[in-house]
Design a protein around this ligand. Sequence first.
Ligand code: ATP
Ligand code: MG
Length: 405
Amino acid sequence: MIIPRGADVVLVRYGDISTKSPSVRRMMEDRLVSNIRAGLDRAGIDANIDLQWSRPFIAVDEGQIARATEVASETFGVVSASPSLCISRDRDEIVSTVAEVASETYERGTFAVRARRADKRLPYTSGDLEREAGSAVFEAVQGQFDPEVDLDDPDITFHIEVRREHAYVFTDIVAGVGGLPVGTQAPMVALISGGIDSPVAAYRIMRRGSPIIPVYVDLGTYGGADHQARALEAIARLHSYAGDQREPAYIVPAGDIIERFVAEVDAGRMLLLRRFMFMIAEHIARDVGAVGIVTGEALGQKSSQTATNFEVTGMATELPIHRPLLTMDKVEITDIARDIGTFRSSTVPTGCPTIAPDRVMTKASVADIDQLEPDDFDQLTEMVVERAEVLEPTNLSPYAKLSPG
Ligand code: ATP
Ligand code: MG
């Protein structure tokens, strides 16, 4: 990230929010600002956020601008962020500022100047600014090397943006995570295993606006402390994207029940287990007012994830089951996991392989499932949910230390 000396404002740009009607847009902008503020607070950054004409501006101390830009770019709804100098709209000041920035940051290769005016009543056009600032860049660096203009693919771009009250000069446009602000949709329960897939699935749902209530089912001897620690680590990382919409996590101890399933059921065991997890998720969802269940399942990834088995596992709940990874390959999912910083937390194998029977059912029917399911299935669900441990977000922060990013 190239940061002009003296930069103390982050320009934040959003994407899908701009397609909304004025009232929805206002609500989403407010959510965006609250979420950015929560992220900055957690990063220990003292900032002022000002929302002007569809763009949040974050004013910070110069020393914190890099971190503030990162926080903004990791907030859902943000498509890009630029650490900027904030100056007056005076033409000469704009031109000389660009020249100064060039003398500090432009050392070789090609350049371009791009100017935009939000206010069309200004006494100069963006073309004027581009020409004048371009010449000033030439003059500023000419003694050291031969500058060259390349408007198509420059090595460095000096951006000028003239708004209603101030002008901004910056060189970097840091890509944001996109999506919509968390909290602009109703919450959902996310089944998080500590494997690679489920944190990515939860991330994708949060990215479209739903806060998630993470649920980890402790499989006892089939899961293990390591597995659980990885799940908590992933949840802590997901929380860093949640703005002020972090929800408590549920750890549901189910080792004894899993042992019963393993002893009593052979083929079909995984389907039973998945249905059990959906019922647990639904139970918690009803308690907290969540409207759907999120999993990391992908079509054909495992025997329990065939198209046919999705039908019978999905029947365990009346809530919609959301599978944002449905059509993705493992490699694609893994790439995203690395990108969003949940990968390291996912490298311990899940407990499921050890629960899997020798013979699996890839085409279970509803009749098969009815036969497999113990009569007290509902009571078992209620019992394990009742003994769930509820971890507040602040109690998860120790795990965040383990995560990258
Ligand atoms: P991976 O596929 O990377 O091993 P996974 O988490 O996807 O990890 P699967 O066995 O594919 O594991 O499980 C399918 C889905 O079921 C998961 O994505 C997750 O949503 C849910 N799930 C599995 N095990 C657990 C668990 N112990 N607690 C909560 N949810 C779980
Ligand atoms: Mg999986």
